[in-house]
Design a protein around this ligand. Structure first.
Ligand SMILES: [Zn+2]
Length: 164
């Protein structure tokens, strides 16, 4: 085994439609390797005239891609897959709770492999969308909004990553 290429793999699945694999880079001792990014790999299959066709798509934890961006990447490997197939697949994953959509980019819905609650910070220099842990930012007062039933909320911050 190559210790530079070790991953901890966790599988999230509805056991019917598909799976999302969370690939966490780890070092030889099994600890998180901070030098590499966490990847999420979606896997499913669609029926085509040629039979069942496997689809897999990679979502980088920090990329929060749009459906078109996912399609661009999938198409590079599977040129026969239509845009509609990839769109439908992503929406099915959302329906099953394996992905969620976020309105964190102007005019575009992005797909987020982290389905647990979290906040976002948009880097104004690079456009990157960073996940911020739920516990890191506290929102209060939502219960005082008497005219609304608040189902969920999140904070979308703008700024830039500090150079350390
Ligand atoms: Zn996110």
């Amino acid at each position: 085994m190559n210790p530079q290429d070790l991953w901890l793999e966790e599988v999230f699945t509805d056991r019917r439609v598909g799976t999302i694999r969370r690939m966490t880079p780890v070092d030889g001792a099994g600890a998180r390797d901070a030098g590499r990014d966490v990847l999420y790999v979606g896997e499913t299959q669609v029926m085509s005239q040629l039979g069942a066709l496997p689809i897999n798509f990679v979502l980088e934890a920090k990329s929060h891609p749009t459906a078109d961006e996912v399609w661009e990447k999938v198409r590079a490997r599977n040129p026969t897959l239509s845009r509609a197939t990839v769109y439908n697949t992503l929406n099915l994953f959302v329906e099953k709770g394996l992905l969620r959509t976020q309105a964190v980019r102007e005019g575009a819905l992005v797909f987020d492999p982290r389905v647990a609650r979290h906040h976002h910070l948009i880097d104004e220099e690079t456009g990157a969308i960073h996940d911020v842990p739920w516990e890191a930012v506290k929102v209060t007062g939502e219960k005082s909004l008497r005219e609304y039933d608040v189902e969920e909320y999140q904070v979308v911050m703008r700024g830039r990553k500090r150079k350390s």
